[in-house]
Design a protein around this ligand. Structure first.
Ligand SMILES: [Fe+2]
Length: 284
């Protein structure tokens, strides 16, 4: 397992995809160089953003209301998540890392949008900034979260990990999260392509009370880099006030053999019910 006091993000590529998974389960966070697959994906999504938001999408938030921005992005969010050609792009990207798509299942691409000053100006978006573990949302302990920035970003506009909490409990109400109920309310809520007010009404698992999470480890990054980390890592998106919207992509994967063998990060405090894995995309 990682040593919280000396924890640092690893920029050296692991020797194999199996080694990457083992490292991730132990709490390592990898920031890897852009690849042809990630750069192609990034360029495709950047072009689509320009289609729906106009030139300079990162400044579109100043040209239109938040409702308008949300309405324009909703069909694109759906496309990224559902369109089979994006699923193929993820398979190609995983092959580049030495992964075998047939051995994996994935929760497809999501577009993340963090407005400049969104934390103070958009109450419905407040859940974006909650510190959390992805596993609190009924994902397996073997979850590997994969994040790709659409632009070069400074440390103040990405997110931060709290390594001291990887293996230490955080008081939380994840027991209130039931995956079956979550999807019964509708997939539009799950993906965030409709229901602009979802952030105000949805039951998101979160931290109970005030905690001192310990040292926060952030990072800067370049467009198209790969950030791979355990879904059990306690982390938080940073509010930013750069004047520009921060766009990123992410998806999640599970190695089915590891999951069957009970491998994965330790579960120190997750009590959500059901399993999101049943809805992940497979590769026949
Ligand atoms: Fe997360």
């Amino acid at each position: 397992m990682i040593e919280p006091a000396s924890f640092a993000i690893t920029r050296e590529a692991p020797p194999s995809f199996a080694a990457l998974r083992r490292g991730v389960y132990a709490g390592e966070v990898y920031l890897l160089e852009p690849t042809p697959g990630s750069l192609a994906l990034v360029e495709r999504v950047r072009a689509r953003l320009a289609d729906v938001l106009g030139d300079d999408p990162r400044r579109a938030q100043h040209r239109m209301s938040n409702d308008e921005l949300f309405a324009r992005l909703s069909p694109l969010r759906r496309e990224l998540y559902c369109d089979a050609t994006y699923h193929d792009a993820l398979r190609a990207l995983l092959r580049e890392q030495g992964g075998d798509p047939a051995a994996l299942a994935f929760d497809p691409l999501r577009l993340r949008v963090v407005r400049s000053r969104g934390d103070v100006e958009v109450p419905a978006a407040r859940a974006v900034y909650y510190p959390h573990r992805d596993t609190w949302y009924a994902h397996p302990q073997s979850l590997v979260a994969w994040w790709i920035p659409l632009d070069d970003l400074g440390e103040d506009e990405t997110f931060a990990f709290f390594p001291e909490r990887f293996e230490r409990e955080v008081p939380n109400d994840s027991e209130a999260f039931d995956y079956d109920e979550w999807v019964r309310d509708g997939w539009e809520l799950k993906i965030g392509w409709q229901r602009r007010d979802a952030g105000l009404t949805a039951r998101y698992p979160g931290v109970l009370g005030e905690i001192a999470a310990g040292r926060a480890v952030g990072f800067s990054c370049q467009r198209g880099q790969h950030l791979a980390f355990s879904g059990a890592h306690f982390h938080a998106t940073l509010p930013q006030a750069t004047g520009r919207t921060r766009f990123s992509l992410d998806f999640r994967l599970v190695h089915l053999g590891d999951e069957a063998a009970g491998e994965g990060a330790p579960n120190v405090d997750g009590r959500s019910r059901g399993s999101a894995l049943r809805d992940y995309v497979r590769t026949p």
